[in-house]
Design a protein around this ligand. Sequence first.
Ligand code: NI
Length: 137
Amino acid sequence: MEMKIHHLGYAVSSIEKSMPVFEVLGWKARNGITDDGPRKVRIAFLEKEGQLLELVAPLGDDSPVHQALKQNKGVPTPYHICYEVESLDAARIELKQKGFMPFIPASPAPAIEDRNVEWFFALNLGIIELVEREKRG
Ligand code: NI
């Protein structure tokens, strides 16, 4: 299975406050900020030397990002790597055989052109995100 790194996800309390600090290091804002209501997160993508960084901030008090921030005492922290795959269905079968457990089902991500993303957990690794290469109908 081919898996390319698509982005590194960073949990932050505030995109507006963190963005200028990342810009000091040469990261450039790619698009605007996307509010993803169903996932209760705000997302902005930054780019540097062809690499993508995703800033993920909480949208509301019950956002799942609070957990990642709380574990790091409120300090912004990388918390997932997203891999791009050709097919989520094929990747799911293969990863399950190798001990990865799906824990958030596939759904379209508005911040990534509505391509389907799915989350998995593995012991001794933690969480990963997969994004499908092309949008499906
Ligand atoms: Ni992500």
